[in-house]
Design a protein around this ligand. Structure first.
Ligand code: TXA
Ligand code: MG
Length: 326
């Protein structure tokens, strides 16, 4: 994306908003963030209030580059610089031990801080001009679908967020991979487009999944990224069968299928490719959700490593749905 005069004006507005303690909609390559000055308790409080997020769920601090790590983290392992050197700017969040000044409101009272340098040119420009760190969760109300377009952020918050920088469609479409480097062994806390194999090629063996004593990750709640519509994750055969059953009960059904449509079933088709699917998933869920059907039936992608991040998000989107009556 090339930045034009309209972007320069929008960046000025965003910078002014941040400096007066307000929040802005921030495009990143993963999803849009709701950004505020990470050193300003009032701005951070505003983020939590707007999102309706519980206070003990920590926020990621976005920084302009690898040089900023030491300003926010201490006892930084060499691996942090190696990973940041390889993947920043990019869809990787590192959990590190925090510097004393990092607000407890940002870290959910924990001794660690999440750091990420996003790859979107507007986000990078804003961070460089702002100078400090930007606390930014995904710009959705708590538990709902993350936004991948500026219009989604406006849908979520309306005029309550004065400036939404429009950076177009998010390139990745799924939230960053989170790697915890605050303990004795590196651990992936949230899967993302940047996968285990790519990380391990640089970092050596990395564990996966939350350990008993690992830090809290709000995206790790079973039900998260949820549409309003009751959503189920099924095989193609099950989907056909369940659609028939629900319709016989008088319910309206939409389908999100893989690679091709199912005859007679309305909905959306997403590409049979993990990156393309990840790019389109949240926008498709939003669009289908807006149609307020009784049921959303999602065809599960194959249970293979390359689909891991997508499967993780689909599993959470479907977590609320009750079991199907036989
Ligand atoms: O791609 C992303 O990461 C996007 C964009 C905007 O950067 N942000 C995002 O933020 O997904 P959020 O708040 O929706 O999810 C951040 C996750 C949460 O699950 C939070 O619990 C976790 O990061 N997190 C933040 N700081 C942490 C910490 N100190 N320890 C453990 N988890 C942490
Ligand atoms: Mg989120």
């Amino acid at each position: 994306m090339k930045l034009g005069p309209a972007d320069a004006k929008a960046l000025d507005d965003a910078l002014a908003a941040l400096r007066r303690g307000d929040v802005v909609g921030l495009p990143t390559e993963t999803v849009y963030g709701l950004a505020g000055d990470a050193s300003d308790p009032a701005a951070v409080a505003r983020i939590f209030a707007l999102k309706g997020r519980p206070a003990d769920h920590p926020l990621i601090v976005h920084v302009a580059g690898i040089e900023a790590i030491d300003a926010w983290a201490r006892d930084v392992p060499a691996l942090a610089r190696t990973l940041a050197g390889a993947f920043w700017p990019g869809p990787l969040t590192l959990i590190l031990r925090k510097q004393a000044h990092v607000l407890a409101e940002v870290t959910g009272g924990q001794d660690t801080v999440g750091l990420r340098c996003p790859a979107h040119p507007l986000a990078l420009q804003l961070l460089r001009r702002f100078g400090g760190g930007l606390a930014a969760p995904s710009a959705n109300r708590f538990g709902r679908i993350s936004p991948t377009r500026a219009a989604h952020v406006r849908e979520e918050f309306g005029d309550a967020v004065p400036v939404v920088l429009d950076g177009g469609d998010c390139e990745v479409g799924l939230e960053s991979t989170i790697v915890d480097l605050s303990g004795p062994t590196p651990r992936i806390l949230r899967p993302g487009k940047l996968g285990k194999a790519e990380l391990e090629a640089i970092a050596g063996p990395i564990c996966e999944g939350a350990a008993g004593d690992s830090p809290r990750v709000s995206g790790a709640l079973a039900s998260h990224y949820s549409p309003h519509t009751r959503t189920q994750l099924l095989t193609r055969e099950e989907l056909v069968e369940q659609a028939r059953r629900y319709r016989a009960l008088g319910e309206s059904v939409l389908a999100l299928t893989l690679g091709s449509a199912i005859e007679g079933l309305d909905g959306r088709v997403l590409a049979d490719d993990p990156d393309a699917y990840g790019h389109d998933l949240y926008a498709a869920l939003r669009e289908l959700d807006a149609r307020r059907a009784d049921r959303l039936l999602v065809e599960a992608p194959p249970a293979r490593r390359e689909w891991f991040a997508v499967l993780d998000r689909l599993g959470r989107a479907a977590a609320d749905a009750p079991e199907v009556a036989p």
